[in-house]
Each structure stands twice: as C-alpha cells, then as structure tokens.
Design a protein around this ligand. Structure first.
Ligand SMILES: Nc1ncnc2c1ncn2[C@@H]1O[C@H](COP(=O)(O)OP(=O)(O)O)[C@@H](O)[C@H]1O
Ligand SMILES: [Mg+2]
Length: 348
C-alpha cells in the first residue's frame, strides 16, 4: 500500500465515562475514499473530528502524511469538514459562505472571487453567487457546504453524514456527484455514514465500526462477501445465519441437511452466512444431488427488481431473493440450491 495519507494509531477518546473511540487504528491511502460505517453512537463523528483537529485524543496519535498532527490545531491541518446540518451562515450570500475559509486565510479579494466561481462551477452552482441559503433547495445547500470545504483546496476532505437531510432520490444523486468530484480532484476523503448501501456504493474501502471500535476494514466486496464476524454481516446487507457442525473436510451439517462449503471450515460448530440473492430457487428437484435443501414458502414480498421470499427450511426461516422475477410467482414447496462458493463460514 502507498504511504498512508491519514493515519490513526491506537486512538482513544473518552467523554466522561463513555469511551467514544476505543483504540482505533486506521490508514487511509492517498486519494482513497474511505467510509466509516456503523450504527448511531458508535464513534464515527468523534473519529472524524479528531482527524479534523476539533477533538484531541486521550491516547494515541494522528498523522497526516508523515507529520504527527495530534497537537496541531484544526486550522493548520488543511483538512476540511462537511457537516450533516450544512452549517451555512444564513445572512451571508452563497459566494460569502463559500468564500468564508478564504477570508480566514487572508486570500486576496481578486483571487478569492475567482476561486469561489471555480468551486461553485465544480459543484454545479454557477450563477447562484448572490442568493442566500434559504433561497436554495436542500440539495443545493448541501453543494454549497461541499463547495465551502473544497474552496480552500484541502488535502483531506472529511464528510459527516452529508446526505442525511436529503430525500432518498436526491441522496443517491448527490452521493454519486461527491464520489465523482473526489475522483476528479484526486482528493483523500473520509466519509461517515450509518447507511450501508451508501457505503457500498461510493467507497474504495469501508471501516465498519461498533462501540468505538473498528471491526473490519475492507473493500465493499470484502465487507459484503467476507465479513469478519456476525455484526458486520448483519449490519451490511441482509443475511441468513445458519448454525452448522463441521462433519468433514469442506462439509457441514445443518438442520436442513448437509452442505459442501469452499470456505475453510476447520472443526466444531460454525455459523454459515448465506446472502438472500446467493440462493437459487427451483420448483422441481434439480438433477444435481448436493447442496439442495427442501423448503416451503411462507410469504413473499414483491419489490419490483426482486421478489423476496421467506422460506421454512426444516424449522429454519430463510430469506431468499429472486432477482428480476418478472411476473413469475413461486408458491408452496421449493428446492433451494446453495452454491458452495457462496457460503461464507463464520468461525466464532
Ligand atoms: N461532546 C460529547 N460529549 C459527551 N459525549 C459525547 C460527545 N460526543 C460524542 N459523545 C458520545 O460518544 C459516543 C460516540 O458518539 P459519536 O462519535 O457522535 O457517534 P456517531 O457519530 O457514530 O453517531 C456516543 O455515546 C456519544 O453520546
Ligand atoms: Mg455522528
């Protein structure tokens, strides 16, 4: 891996008796888009604020490139933060809002005007300079907040749930824009969200957090398909967890029958992770004999691009997604084909 741009080394931060961040180590490579993903209260914002310099860690150190910045104040770190609630100044025009950081840095007026215009163009807001925040839509206000962070040409862009005040469709659009902008500028970004789909969609890497700790760092594919533990598997996407016993090399016994698995299963009891879309459903028993289980459909939910079935497999309740179902509806007894390579073994 390239030399990390942002590095946290064993960082802990407490608030009274609360351990908000608990011995977190993290390396964000140059130009990388890393997302901190986790439930509310798990310490995401606290990590971001420590990188920005708004909070000092109780233990551990923070480095930007090779410089230890732990004791360097926020305004000398060249990191810019975009906040969830935008935090725009209501009585300043858009141009004044965006130019705020430039005034703080005593950038001469003519240079500032040009930079403000360039940045507004970058976020698609040319021509809005003289308006006030309340005259813009939520999505536009979010872009102003982004422009205000980008105008100072930060080394590191920190984004704290920047889309949570937007409606669903706009969230998808703006998140794509943020990702494109980040790639276009080659800027290093640390993004915070509790939305797993958002994290999967835009990140190079995801750090999944819970209770102040990082449980796993990986690409979206790794996090989704090879979660380190049950919490990660459950938090990211839908999951069937199936208790099983290892009965031989690559063979496990479940309540519904024996399954071949490719993942390294050593011995004892394990939990199998089966994603709903990894299981195929058949009306008739398929020709192959292994990795077929019998089940009965108990309910179904049509979601347009997929049909979601709840299936009783010998007393277990599984969720199975059928992609692109068209108008085909399954009912009653079905055969579940469980491809061995799609079974992830959690050895906990
Ligand atoms: N300024 C603060 N004062 C006291 N407790 C705080 C403060 N900031 C965060 N906390 C606590 O630290 C924990 C982590 O908070 P936070 O980093 O905001 O989580 P997240 O952003 O993941 O929702 C929570 O229990 C929260 O209540
Ligand atoms: Mg937060």
């Amino acid at each position: 891996m390239d030399r990390p741009h942002v590095r946290l080394s064993n960082v802990t931060r407490r608030f009274g008796l609360t351990v908000a961040v608990d011995h977190v180590s993290l390396e964000v490579p140059e130009g990388n888009f890393t997302t901190l993903l986790g439930p509310s209260g798990c310490g995401k914002t606290t990590v971001l604020r420590m990188i920005a310099g708004f909070y000092h860690p109780d233990e551990g150190d923070i480095f930007l490139r090779d410089v230890r910045v732990t004791d360097i104040p926020a305004h000398r770190r060249n990191a810019a933060m975009v906040f969830q609630e935008y935090a725009l100044f209501p009585h300043m025009t858009i141009a004044e809002n965006v130019g705020y950081g430039l005034r703080m840095r005593h950038v001469p007026q003519h240079a500032a005007v040009r930079r403000i215009q360039q940045t507004l163009e970058l976020v698609g807001l040319s021509g809005q300079e003289r308006k006030f925040p309340h005259q813009l839509s939520g999505g536009q206000q979010q872009r102003v907040a982004l422009a205000r962070a980008l105008v100072v040409e930060p080394d590191v862009l920190l984004l704290d749930e920047p889309l949570s005040n937007l409606d669903a469709k706009l969230r998808v659009r703006v998140r794509t824009e943020i990702r494109q902008l980040q790639q276009q500028l080659g800027i290093t970004a640390v993004y915070v969200t509790h939305d797993q789909e958002e994290a999967l969609a835009i990140s190079d890497r995801i750090a999944v957090m819970n209770r102040g700790r990082i449980l796993q760092i990986g690409t979206p594919l790794e996090i989704y398909h090879r979660p380190a533990n049950r919490f990660v598997a459950d938090f990211v996407g839908l999951a069937n967890f199936v208790e099983a016993r290892v009965v031989g090399a690559g063979r496990v016994e479940t309540q519904g029958g024996t399954l071949a698995v490719h993942d390294g299963a050593q011995s004892g009891t394990v939990t199998l992770l089966l994603r709903p879309e990894a299981i195929r459903l058949h009306r008739q028993p398929p020709n192959q004999t292994s990795n077929i289980l019998r089940g009965r459909i108990t309910s179904m939910s049509f979601l347009g691009t997929l049909a979601r079935y709840w299936i009783d497999v010998n007393g277990m309740r599984w969720t199975v997604d059928v992609p692109s179902p068209g108008e085909d509806v399954l009912d009653g007894e079905v055969y579940l084909e469980v491809p061995p390579e799609r079974i992830h073994v959690l050895q906990e």
